[in-house]
Structures are given as structure tokens and as C-alpha cells.
Write a new protein. Structure first.
Length: 425
């Protein structure tokens, strides 16, 4: 592999606070040097960034893939294509596939398939319970040894308190954590939208927003009891965030992420029964959206994840209550996050921190930073270049974007994985 110098860039490294013009040299898949005044070594390829931003590749904490079991929705190859187009170089894969990732061989299968793409590292979660069914604890030790990064039942809440207690205790013993879908199952059962005036007017079965806070409060108590680390995925309500903020102040091992729909959209996006905006958890009231934005700014939220859930046309072309929940999010992750920068809610380094250094730190990965010797996983983007989300024209197989029709600012120009350019150019 030839040396590559990315010149005339705005270097951005949230891990160190770096925001300065300069260049970055890639050698043997790693960052050999960076800073102002770097010249290209003899025989090196030079990429002129023309003032665009160069940052660590994005570390996406949460994505479902169609493969194995639902390749008609998406394959690992098509997800890798979408991830590269979105600047994502590390992708954490949920285990609630078919079959579920509750066997060490499946953990290894996902890791190897990621390596085979050459463009993205796939890091599988292990199922917290066998079959992600919420009853019997999975083999944490064997799954962890095979490479599982943490444990979760994916889009299904671990509803039984005793099972969650055991999961937290076992995860602690193996030096990792449990990711919870924070929605009390009996309150959420059969619901299609956030309970309230809009759902009533549309005649849709509602899910009370309190379903999220109730499970968050229970699991914080279990984290206190066990000393285990609980991570709440796609947090979407002010009430849940208030409880997480208080738990952190208490010093408990509690972390959380959110996803772009919960800080960019509110429940009105489902108007006219728009099934692309049917998500789990459902879109919330405007006051909750504002609370999520505030929690991003004050550090309560530890990461922004794509929450990618591929669906095909047959999943979505149904009456709203029967349509499958979930939205494609890989290609839009960076640009929708940058909308908070353009709105003045976050600085550029704050936004990138939530997409790179902080999720990498949570997982104990050497990714998410610009440093000599670090992997050359990089994204080059123009923060102000405009584009429009158009379902049917997004990279990858999944087109079910809740942002369909949305005008965005922030376009990925290039992505490098282990020093090899995998998008752009």
C-alpha cells in the first residue's frame, strides 16, 4: 500500500480538542503523522482536501443488519456500502437476527464477514438471552471469548427484572455491559405511536412515554444493586434522561445513546400515516425532542448511534399500525447530526465526539481519534455542502429513511478504512 498524504485539510480530533489546518500521512494502514507543514514522501499519493474536514471514522454503536436471515432487507455487503458512504468505519451489530447471535460461531461469522468487506469493522453484540427471547441467560463467557463486544436483546426489552439482574451481574464479571431497549413491554405492547392527542386523532394505538422512564428507573436500581453497567439505547424522552442524569451524578455505571430521529424529528412526522417515520421507540413530542438536544449538549448522552433498521417495501406499505417499525440511518448519520451544529446546539467538535471518541471509549476501542500510530480510519467531509435525502437513491439496499425528502448540509467526500480509501475519489 502506497503512503497517502491528505493535504489542506481541517483536522478535527474530538479526543484531544484539535481543530486546525494541516495534513495527515497514512502509512501501512495507520496514521504516521499529522499537523501543519507535512510534505508528501517520495512516491506517496496526495489527496487535496481543499479545506474540507478530516476526522476519525464514525463509530456507530447500534445497527441491525438483514444478514443473517433477512437478506431481502439488507446484506452485510450492502450495509458496508451505506456505512462507507456515511463515513462509518466501525459498526456495532445487534444480535436479534435470524438466527440470533447467541452462539460463538455466529459472532465469528459476523466479524469475518465484516473483515471480508474491507471497508468496515463489524463488532457483534452477543444476545443477552437465548434467542433474544428474554428468558434464559445466554452463554456470556463463550460469546465474549468469541468477540462479542457487549450484550443485548436488540430491539426487544429485557422485561423480566430477575433476568436483567443476572445479565448485569454476568456482564460485570466479563468486563462489559448490557444494552437495554428501554420500553416497558406490557405498556408498549400493541402500540404504534406515542400516546397523546396526535395518536388519538389518527386513531392509532398509543405507547405512553412513561414506558421508557419506568424501565430506565428499574434498571438503574438494578445497576445500583449489582454494580453492573447498563447502557440505555435510543433514549427519547425528557423523563428518562432526567433519571439517567441523576444516576450519573450518583456515580452509577449508567450510560446511554440516542439516534438522529429523536433530536431532529418529532411525532408530527408521522402525519398522514407516514410509515417511514414509524420507529421504535416512536417519535415523541416536541418537548422531548428539545430535551434530547439539551442532553446532547450537557453530556448526559454518551453517543449518537444510527439505530439503523432495514425494512423493505412490504414491511412499510401497510396500514400504519401494522407496518414494521424502523428506519435506515447509516448514510444520514453524520449529516443529520451536523444539523444540530448548524442550529447552534452543538459545536462541531461536540458533535463529532458523540460519533467517534466517546463511543470508542465506551467500547474500549483504539478507534475514534487522530493520533500517530492509531488506525487510519478516517472520514473527509464538507460540513456545508447541501444534499437531499431521497429514498430509492440512498447507498445500500435499505431505503426506509425517516428523513426522506429532508434537505441536509454535510456531505461525506471520502472514507478510509485501515488506510485504504473505501468511498469517494
Amino acid at each position: 500500500m502506497r503512503d497517502t498524504l491528505i493535504a489542506n485539510a481541517r483536522l478535527l480530533d474530538p479526543a484531544t480538542g484539535l481543530d486546525a489546518p494541516g495534513a495527515l500521512l497514512i502509512r501501512d494502514g495507520a496514521i504516521a503523522d499529522l499537523g501543519p507543514g507535512l510534505a508528501a514522501p517520495e512516491g506517496a499519493e496526495t489527496v487535496d482536501a481543499a479545506g474540507a474536514c478530516l476526522a476519525p471514522g464514525l463509530v456507530d454503536l447500534r445497527a441491525a443488519l438483514g444478514e443473517p436471515g433477512a437478506e431481502h432487507r439488507e446484506t452485510i455487503a450492502s450495509a458496508a456500502q451505506a456505512a462507507a458512504a456515511g463515513g462509518i468505519t466501525t459498526l456495532c451489530v445487534l444480535p436479534d437476527s435470524d438466527p440470533p447471535i447467541d452462539d460463538p460461531a455466529l459472532v465469528q461469522f459476523v466479524i469475518r464477514r465484516g473483515e471480508a468487506t474491507g471497508s468496515v469493522a463489524l463488532l457483534p453484540y452477543g444476545a443477552a438471552t437465548r434467542g433474544c427471547a428474554g428468558a434464559e441467560i445466554a452463554e456470556f463467557g463463550l460469546l465474549r471469548e468469541a468477540g462479542a463486544i457487549a450484550f443485548t436483546d436488540g430491539a426487544r426489552a429485557i422485561g423480566n427484572a430477575r433476568t436483567m439482574r443476572l445479565a448485569l451481574s454476568y456482564a460485570r464479571g466479563f468486563g462489559t455491559f448490557v444494552v437495554q431497549h428501554p420500553e416497558e413491554p406490557s405498556l408498549a405492547a400493541g402500540g404504534a405511536a406515542t400516546e397523546g392527542e396526535l395518536a388519538t386523532r389518527l386513531g392509532l394505538p398509543g405507547i405512553p412515554a412513561e414506558a421508557e422512564a419506568i424501565l430506565v428507573e428499574r434498571d438503574i436500581a438494578l445497576a445500583r444493586l449489582t454494580g453492573g453497567h447498563v447502557h440505555f439505547a435510543h433514549v427519547s424522552t425528557a423523563a428518562a434522561l432526567a433519571r439517567i442524569r441523576a444516576a450519573k451524578a450518583e456515580g452509577l455505571a449508567v450510560t446511554c445513546d440516542t439516534a438522529p430521529p429523536y433530536f431532529d424529528l418529532n411525532e408530527t412526522a408521522i402525519g398522514d400515516f407516514r410509515t417511514y417515520a414509524k420507529l421504535s421507540p416512536p417519535l415523541r413530542a416536541e418537548s422531548d425532542r428539545q430535551a434530547v438536544v439539551a442532553a446532547l449538549a450537557d453530556g448526559t448522552i454518551d453517543a449518537i448511534a444510527s439505530d439503523h433498521q432495514p425494512r423493505d417495501a412490504d414491511d412499510k406499505r401497510l396500514p400504519f399500525a401494522q407496518a414494521a417499525a424502523g428506519g435506515a440511518g447509516l448514510a444520514t448519520l453524520l449529516a443529520v447530526t451536523l444539523a444540530r451544529v448548524h442550529a447552534g446546539d452543538l459545536t462541531l467538535l461536540q458533535a463529532l465526539d458523540l460519533l467517534t471518541a466517546r463511543p470508542a471509549r465506551l467500547l474500549g476501542l483504539p478507534a475514534g481519534r487522530l493520533a500517530k500510530g492509531a488506525p487510519a480510519d478516517l472520514v473527509l467531509f464538507h460540513p456545508d455542502r447541501a444534499w437531499k435525502v431521497e429514498a430509492g437513491r440512498l447507498p445500500g439496499k435499505a431505503q426506509n429513511s425517516p428523513f426522506d425528502g429532508r434537505a441536509l448540509e454535510g456531505r461525506v467526500l471520502g472514507t478510509w478504512k485501515a488506510g485504504r480509501r473505501v468511498f469517494g475519489g
